[in-house]
Design a protein around this ligand. Structure first.
Ligand code: V47
Ligand code: SF4
Length: 390
């Protein structure tokens, strides 16, 4: 409430165009593409931050969600060659990468037996020999072993390749995986939709239309999904707005997206290493403008392994209401791209105290934002010693 009032009190001191945007946000009205661009180009960080925070507090109050999950990365062998990717190895160089077998992946799942994780996130390279049937079998086996575990799996890039290889359309392929146990889709592979940029950074994988169609199909089948955007490289502000516009339009149609996740480009060991990384000011602006522009997305997530813990904490004042999860494993996609988090894992106690330090309310969620436990009244020091909480 404080932020809303402070904006109302100060709008008169703003240039007319920014004043109109503040008035729209205060009234809960959608801003236009031009206004989104103006925010990127002209508004101060303080201005976009306070607007974004007012929206965040209107939607979620102080609640900051986190999730207890683990990742399975079946392989980093990939038929594609995105220029920003530090992680993949071409099939010809597969001896430098990894390829997990079915039993190895099930052993990862079993290693969480008795631990209170609610989600497994499956994501990896596009391996020419790991096909739809292989992954359907994996899904069935995971569900057989732990029926209550939510499986969020496969980017639209992986799905597009699997379906095409199996000679199935998106609907047929998606239904097949859904019946095998797939619950929802992560948001990866979106990068930047605008062809001027997409052709330069990831020309050979699924295009924008295909990415959007896969998510639309999932939504029509009752599955929810996330959406990402890889920012801070060669794209311009108008490409970011174009990207978010396409997501906003699809969301108007389906209401199937849960959360938007801006992914900061990291520049270590890839074909775009010469491009400097974005500054923290730019990162916070990105979150804030996304929160303001994407009025129909319920959640905005900062993926802490990529952004770093301190910056993820800071983002909670710039529209973010979710900092992903404990992750707790060997997620390599960011550590290989230069993230400071070489072994991304945070305990529940660490996550809870990170959120509490900035006076927000930590709430553990399931993948679909069902509340698992409210930690706002729990002392982080108690968590590690209490088996129900840890
Ligand atoms: O699509 C690859 C990105 C994505 C780099 O839905 C890079 O909950 C920065 O989408 N610098 C895959 N980013 C990961 C992903 C994701 C992560 C966490 C949560 C969810 C979710 C989805 O990783 C790729 C690409 O955009 N990526 N290389 C890099 N050098
Ligand atoms: Fe393959 Fe994904 Fe890396 Fe692109 S970003 S090369 S699709 S693993």
């Amino acid at each position: 409430m404080y932020y809303l009032c402070s904006i109302m009190l100060t709008v008169s001191a703003l240039p007319t165009d920014l004043k109109q945007i503040a008035e729209k946000v205060n009234a809960g009205t959608r801003i236009s593409d031009e206004e989104g661009l103006l925010l990127f180009e002209k508004a101060s960080l303080g201005f976009v931050g306070s607007l974004a925070n007012s929206i965040r507090e209107r939607l979620h109050g102080d609640i900051t969600y986190f999730n207890r999950n683990f990742h399975i990365e079946p392989t980093n062998v990939c038929v594609f060659s995105c220029n920003f990717c530090s992680y993949s190895r071409l099939y010809a160089h597969r001896d430098e990468g990894w390829e997990l077998g079915m039993d190895q992946m099930l052993d990862i799942v079993k290693s969480y037996d008795g631990k209170p994780v609610t989600e497994v996130h499956i994501v990896g390279g596009v391996h020419p020999k790991m096909n739809l049937e292989f992954f359907a079998e994996l899904l069935r086996k995971i569900k057989l072993h732990r029926p209550g575990l939510h499986i969020k799996g496969f980017t639209a890039v992986e799905l597009d390749y699997m379906f095409r290889k199996a000679k199935m359309g998106n609907e047929e392929g998606m239904k097949y995986l859904q019946e095998a146990g797939l619950d929802s889709l992560p948001g990866g592979g979106a990068e930047i939709f605008h062809p001027e940029i997409r052709e330069k950074i990831c020309a050979d994988k699924v295009g924008t239309e295909g990415w959007l169609h896969i998510h639309e199909t999932a939504h029509q089948l009752g599955m929810q999904s996330n959406a990402t955007m890889l920012y801070g490289h060669i794209e311009k502000y108008h490409h970011r707005i174009d990207h978010m516009k396409q997501l906003r339009e699809l969301q108007d149609k389906t209401r199937g997206f849960n959360t938007f996740i801006p992914l900061k480009f990291r520049n270590k060991d890839n074909d775009m290493s010469g491009i400097p990384e974005s500054t923290i000011v730019e990162d916070m602006k990105m979150y804030a403008v996304a929160r303001i522009y994407l009025d129909n997305f319920p959640h905005l997530k900062a993926y802490w392994p990529m952004l770093g813990r301190q910056n993820a904490q800071l983002s909670l004042s710039f529209g973010v209401n979710d900092i992903d999860g404990t992750i707790d494993d060997t997620t390599k996609i960011y550590s290989m791209a230069g993230s400071e988090e070489q072994n991304p894992s945070m305990s529940t106690a660490q996550l809870v105290s990170l959120i509490k330090q900035v006076k927000r309310k930590p709430v553990e969620r399931g993948t679909l934002y069902n509340v698992v436990r409210d930690y706002s009244k729990v002392d982080p020091d108690e968590i590690d010693t209490n088996p129900i909480l840890s």
